[in-house]
Design a protein around this ligand. Sequence first.
Ligand SMILES: [Zn+2]
Length: 134
Amino acid sequence: MTTYDVTKSDAQWREELTPDQFAVLREAATERPWTGELLDEHRAGLYTCAACGAELFQSGTKFDSHCGWPSFYESIRPEAVELIEDRSQGMLRTEVRCANCGSHLGHVFPDGFGTPTGDRYCMNSISLDFTPEA
Ligand SMILES: [Zn+2]
């Protein structure tokens, strides 16, 4: 088990997060595509973890993947996220978690075609907070 800097009980998380946030961040649910508030966010700024506030992505790495979820081609720092093999739902995928608190963010796929890394970090809007540049 990974040890996170931020560790809270499910009861604590339920107090701090909305039910929808809890389902995604703590139970690895996926928000419905094309519904996220950050999907069409194109301003310059910083994306942080909605659970713990850790810095996760910069606006310059966000790209329009047409998949229905906010997509980035790389995290702000490699150590900002934790990548975990996910064999649920009959698929082999790579789950992306916040390395600071272990909350579920989404999955990363090797189909970020045309991006500098070739990766597509497919994130749930609800897992992220956005702060526009001043
Ligand atoms: Zn976090």
